[in-house]
Design a protein around this ligand. Structure first.
Ligand code: NAI
Length: 327
C-alpha cells in the first residue's frame, strides 16, 4: 500500500478550509486510491476551532484519511509536505490601502515560503488561494529559492469554472462540451476571461456569441462574480473556491485531457509578453505532474488590450512588494 501524501492546509479553520478538508479526506484531491495525511496550519487563536474540524474529520471515518495534525508554526506545518494549499490570508479591512494589504500578507507568505524552502518534500506543489493570490504566491516563491519555480501556483481555476458555467448557460450545452476557455492575468476584477480560442462541440464560441455580450455581460459577470456572491450570501465564495482548489491540484497531478486546457496562475517564462517571473494566469496543460503554459496562440487585438491591462496590475503589485522589501 502507498504511503500517505502529506497535504498542508493553511487557514484550516476558515470557511474555505471547512469546505475543502472534507473533500480532501474523501479522496477528491488526488484520486480515490491515494491516502492522505492532513497537516493544518492556523494562527494560535484559531487552533481550537481547527481542533473541532479535526474531530469532525475523524467522525467522517474516511478510508483514505491517515490522520490530521494541527500546528500554529509554519516550520512544523510544512515539514515533509507534498501538497501545500495556502488558503489563510489577511483580508482587506475597511480603509486599508492596497500597499497595507500587500504588506500584511507579506508577513504571512514570507515565513511560509521560508518554511516550505526549509522543510517541504522534494516534490512539493504549492497552490496559493489566499488573496491577493498571485502576489502572495510571488512573495512565498521568492523566499523559497531551493524549490523549482514551477511548483508555485496561484488559483484562477474558480474564475475558469465560473466562465465555463456562464458559457454553458448561454449556449445551452453541458460544461463538458466546452473546451479551451482561458483566464489571463490577475485573480482580480482586471482578469481577462477569454473565449478567443474556445470551442463548444467543436465549433467556435467566439463566432457563436456576439462581442457585445462578451464585453458587457460575460467578462464582467465572471470578473465580478466574487462580489456578487458576497452581496447575495453575506460571505465570500467558499465551497466553490474549495471545489476549484480541488480541481487545480487534481488536474496538476492527473493531467489535462487531450485537446483541452485549463487556467492557472503560474510563473511566467516571458510568454505572451508577460514579464518573466510574474505569477500570472495563462491557459495551461498538465502532464506528468507539471503545468505548462500553452504556447503559440495567436492573440487578437481585443485580447491583447485586456491581457496587458491585467498584467500591468500584476507589475504594479510586484513593484509595491519589491519596494516594501517583501521579495
Ligand atoms: P476566512 O477568513 O474564513 O478564513 C481564513 C483563515 O485563515 C482564518 O481561520 C484565519 O485564522 C486563517 N489565517 C490567517 N492568517 C493565517 C496564518 N498566518 N497562518 C495560518 N492561517 C491563517 O477566509 P476564507 O473565506 O476561508 O478565504 C480565505 C482566503 O481565500 C481569502 O484571502 C479569500 O480572499 C481567498 N479566496 C480566494 C479565491 C480565489 O479564487 N483565489 C476565491 C475565494 C476566496
Amino acid at each position: 500500500t502507498q504511503a500517505p501524501v502529506n497535504v498542508t492546509v493553511t487557514g484550516a479553520a476558515g470557511q474555505i478550509g471547512y469546505a475543502l478538508l472534507f473533500r480532501i479526506a474523501s479522496g477528491q484531491l488526488l484520486g480515490q486510491d491515494v491516502p492522505v495525511k492532513l497537516r493544518l496550519l492556523e494562527i494560535p487563536q484559531a487552533v481550537k476551532a481547527a481542533e473541532g474540524t479535526a474531530m469532525e474529520l475523524e467522525d467522517g471515518a474516511f478510508p483514505l484519511l491517515a490522520g490530521t495534525d494541527i500546528f500554529d508554526d509554519p516550520k512544523q506545518a510544512f515539514e515533509g509536505t507534498n501538497i501545500a494549499l495556502l488558503v489563510g490570508a489577511r483580508p482587506r479591512s475597511k480603509g486599508m490601502e492596497r500597499g497595507d494589504l500587500l504588506e500584511a500578507n507579506g508577513g504571512i507568505f514570507k515565513p511560509q515560503g521560508e518554511a516550505i524552502n526549509a522543510g517541504a518534500a522534494d516534490d512539493v506543489k504549492v497552490l496559493v488561494v489566499g488573496n491577493p493570490a498571485n502576489t502572495n504566491a510571488l512573495i512565498a516563491r521568492s523566499h523559497a529559492p531551493d524549490v523549482p519555480a514551477d511548483r508555485f501556483t496561484a488559483m484562477t481555476r474558480l474564475d475558469h469554472n465560473r466562465a465555463l458555467a456562464q458559457l454553458a448557460k448561454k449556449l445551452g450545452v453541458p460544461v463538458t462540451e466546452l473546451k479551451k476557455v482561458a483566464i489571463w492575468g490577475n485573480h482580480s476584477a482586471t482578469q481577462y476571461p477569454s473565449v478567443q480560442h474556445a470551442e463548444f462541440g467543436g465549433k467556435s464560441i467566439a463566432e457563436a456569441v456576439d462581442q457585445a455580450w462578451l464585453e458587457n455581460d460575460f467578462i464582467p459577470t465572471v470578473a465580478k462574480r466574487g462580489a456578487a456572491i458576497i452581496e447575495a450570501r453575506g460571505l465570500s465564495s467558499a465551497a466553490s473556491a474549495a471545489s476549484a482548489a480541488i480541481d487545480h491540484v487534481y488536474t496538476w497531478v492527473n493531467g489535462t485531457p487531450a485537446g483541452d486546457w485549463t487556467s492557472a496562475a503560474v510563473v511566467s517564462d516571458g510568454s505572451y509578453g508577460v514579464p518573466e517571473g510574474l505569477i500570472s494566469s495563462f491557459p495551461v496543460t498538465a502532464k506528468d505532474g507539471k503545468y505548462e503554459i500553452v504556447q503559440g496562440l495567436e492573440i487578437d487585438e481585443f485580447s491583447r488590450t485586456r491581457i496587458d491591462a491585467s498584467v500591468a496590475e500584476l507589475v504594479e503589485e510586484r513593484d509595491t512588494v519589491q519596494k516594501l522589501g517583501l521579495i
